[in-house]
Write a protein that binds this ligand. Sequence first.
Ligand code: FNR
Length: 342
Amino acid sequence: KTIQNLSLDFSNITALAPMVRVGTLPMRLLALDYGAEVVYCEELIDIKMVQCQRVVNGENVLQTVDFVAPDDRVMFRTCDREKDSVVFQMGTADPDRALAVAQLVEKDVAAIDVNMGCPKEYSTKGGMGAALLSEPDKIESILRKLVTGVSVPVTCKIRILPSLEETVSLVQRIEKTGVAAVAVHGRFKEERPRHPVHCDYIEAVAQAVSVPIIANGGSLDLVKTNSDIEEFRKATGASSVMLGRAAMWNASVFRNQGPLPVERVMEEYLKYAIRYDNHAFNTKYCLCQMLRDKVESPLGKQVQAAQTNAEISNAYGLQQFYQQTQEQLQARRDALQSSSQP
Ligand code: FNR
């Protein structure tokens, strides 16, 4: 019997937005540390995920749950700490495949989200992402299938449609499927991230439905500090707020107590990346996003030249932390090995 009231509530929360390459485990844990209540993983494509094997803890020195592709790549890594807060976002255009993926991960995540806003060609050419926005029947069948097929809440993330009326009626239709929330990125499909966000569209939607609306798209012009989050929520009349770029640049934007210098944030990020054996290319990518205009500074150049997490650690003077972490992991590996001996 499932206990419904233990499930994640999407009203009045602040969330880390799904971001390809950015939203891997280290960034999600960092966002939680700083005060985000909900953290979305990067979009993962259903076709890749259905081929994955779930590899549990215990056999696993890192104490994570990994979803590993046939080529041994870890597609999705998660851990206990985020179990009640992590939302698994998938790219899909197929109800059956979506359900198969959702059932594969549902024990390990707090909710399942479907990406209906990505305007990039790799997403839309398969009928996924923003391509779904013009296929409401398909949206409905994917969401209904998920809502009835898994025991965790299901959400989706959309962009706005060409008119207020169309946007509102789409979300009303989505609401009827039984989703737990809808994240609304207040930009049209063809708009770029630098265009201003349309708060009036988010507001119209929030007024028309009772399902929690998560306002998104405010990072560039509206949300720069923690108190701006509440302003953005008010300006959109939404229940909740989701931050992408503002969090990518400095995740301490989630801190009520005020921001931390980005140098400190990069250090804390790197510690998680080391602890959870994050892929070095991914670690580098995220640090370069945080360095922003300092990416050509001496530190930035060192980060760009590094090939391993060990080399990145040197750039930040974290050699000792790196070494100690490796020793701890080795000790755990040894202990697991000796306990499995007859
Ligand atoms: C994104 N965005 C995005 N959206 C999504 O639904 N799934 C994804 O995987 C990604 N990936 C992604 C990567 C990067 C690097 C960026 C900057 C953005 C869009 C993101 O979730 C959000 O909707 C926009 O960034 C607008 O919100 P902000 O940045 O103004 O808070």
